[in-house]
Design a binder for this molecule. Structure first.
Ligand code: ADP
Length: 426
């Protein structure tokens, strides 16, 4: 995991509940990973071969039963390390295809999976020349970022050129090399968006939860907000979605472990936007509970260890989460109304995760949320309404201070060593 991941805490607690001994492979310089509980193995995710070697030497002294990535950041490393240790896992090339949007699209198209028409261009291309060769509306997207970062809709050639330069700045600020990376241009697929959380066993997909995303995601940027499960789509459409995701997983070679997929659904049926070999991001998994009270991370850990899985039935009531969007760039000075939001019927939690006195960077440059609101209730509609009411109670004091004014234009700086040294997983 990376120090900034939202997902570490849930996995560490689940491992403790299962009585597992764990070591956290942390993307951090060796000096910064000192005596902690759980034990930390410092790794450099940007140097995967060396990181695999460190994991393999560590495993000689402390045999490992499974290597898992808690989010997107280490899925390829986990697959490489598992392969080196002879542990069951997705093939490294499948993990790579699930991280690289161009490879993913190529494999999905070859596998006959319904997905948008796509074209790949180098970052060194002249956008004005390309702009007249693509169809509109289209979506420009970087190959290897996540959380909708750098994903921008363009309706006209002029918007295409502007979007191109914005995407390019984001990709270069992430340390990618202009000469060796590219970007995708896809047809914009209209429709209703859903997210599927599943578990793959020998290529068979078990749906753990299907989420509706009731807020329209029409761009120009694609900020996630509300997820509600169970889906209100008809059963036949839900089955079409499941089968589409299973085929998508097969087309890229994902066979084992968690899968998180995003799809659009319109009158032509489901369209695959993306599948990842990891579980749902942020703090969203908090709302998922299976069988007699097992959380998603416990299921994933048990599955990875080949242990028997108890019921995969989700708790019967409806549940939902709102990823609280960042309304504007600026410095977060205060948040009020949290208690009021917590008092809204059906609300089970409100977590503000953005630290005070820190710059907020909205999409397409930013990579985080203000926080999360959770709800449970009898019906998806009631849960959705509760999330909206709670959100209306919250007031964010965001100051447009000078250095931040440019945040929307300037990609955020990578975390400093001291930020990297203060992980969220505690
Ligand atoms: P990321 O991995 O960064 O989340 P995605 O490819 O999943 O990138 O895109 C992020 C979001 O952008 C999607 O959830 C969707 O809302 C929107 N999006 C991406 N591609 C398309 C497309 N071709 N048509 C319509 N919307 C899209």
């Amino acid at each position: 995991m990376t120090p900034a991941t939202y997902r570490g805490g849930a996995f560490v607690s689940a491992a403790r509940r299962l009585g597992l001994e764990i070591v956290v492979g942390l993307d951090t310089p060796p000096g910064l990973a000192s005596s902690r509980s759980p034990e930390v193995l410092a790794l450099d995710f940007k140097a995967p071969e060396e990181a695999v070697q460190r994991i393999v030497s560590f495993a000689r002294e402390h045999p490992l039963q499974a290597v898992l990535s808690v989010d997107d950041s280490a899925v390829e490393l986990a697959a490489l390390a598992s392969a080196a240790l002879g542990l069951p896992c997705n093939a490294p090339d499948a993990a790579e295809a699930a991280r690289d949007k161009y490879l993913m699209r190529q494999r999905m198209a070859a596998g006959g999976v319904p997905c948008p028409v796509f074209r790949h261009f180098p970052l060194t291309a002249d956008p004005a020349a390309i702009a007249h060769t693509v169809s509109y509306p289209c979506v420009l997207k970087p190959l290897r970022l996540s959380g909708s970062r750098g994903v921008i809709r363009a309706n006209t050639p002029e918007e295409f050129v502007t979007a191109f330069y914005r995407l390019k700045r984001i990709v270069l600020a992430e340390g990618f090399d202009e000469g060796s990376t590219g970007f995708l241009v896809e047809d914009f697929i209209p429709g209703f968006e859903v997210a599927l959380e599943g578990l793959l066993t020998a290529g068979q997909l078990q749906v753990l939860a299907l989420f509706d995303k009731p807020d329209p995601l029409d761009g120009p940027f694609f900020e996630e907000t509300i997820y509600v499960t169970p889906s209100r789509l008809p059963a036949a459409v839900q089955e079409a979605i499941r089968s589409c995701v299973e085929r998508a997983a097969a087309s890229i070679g994902l066979r084992e472990g968690p899968a998180h997929a995003e799809l659009r659904v319109n009158e032509q049926g489901p369209w695959m936007l993306e599948i990842a070999g990891r579980s749902i991001g942020g703090l969203c998994s908090t709302i998922l509970e299976f069988g007699a009270g097992m959380c998603l991370e416990e299921l994933i850990l048990r599955h990875a260890l080949g242990r028997e899985l108890p019921s995969l039935e989700r708790r019967p009531e409806a549940a939902g989460v709102m990823m609280i969007p960042i309304p504007q760039a600026g410095m977060l000075k205060g948040v009020s109304g949290i208690e009021e939001a917590r008092q809204v019927p059906l609300i089970t939690g409100v977590e503000i995760t953005a630290p005070l006195n820190n710059p907020l960077v909205p999409l397409p440059e930013g990579a985080s949320y203000l926080g999360f609101i959770f709800a449970r209730g009898e019906s998806p509609a009631a849960v959705e309404e509760a999330l909206r009411s709670a959100h209306r109670c919250l007031r964010f004091d965001i100051r447009r201070e000078l250095p931040v004014l440019n945040a929307a234009l300037t990609p955020p700086a990578p975390p400093t060593p001291s930020e990297r040294a203060h992980p969220h997983w505690g």
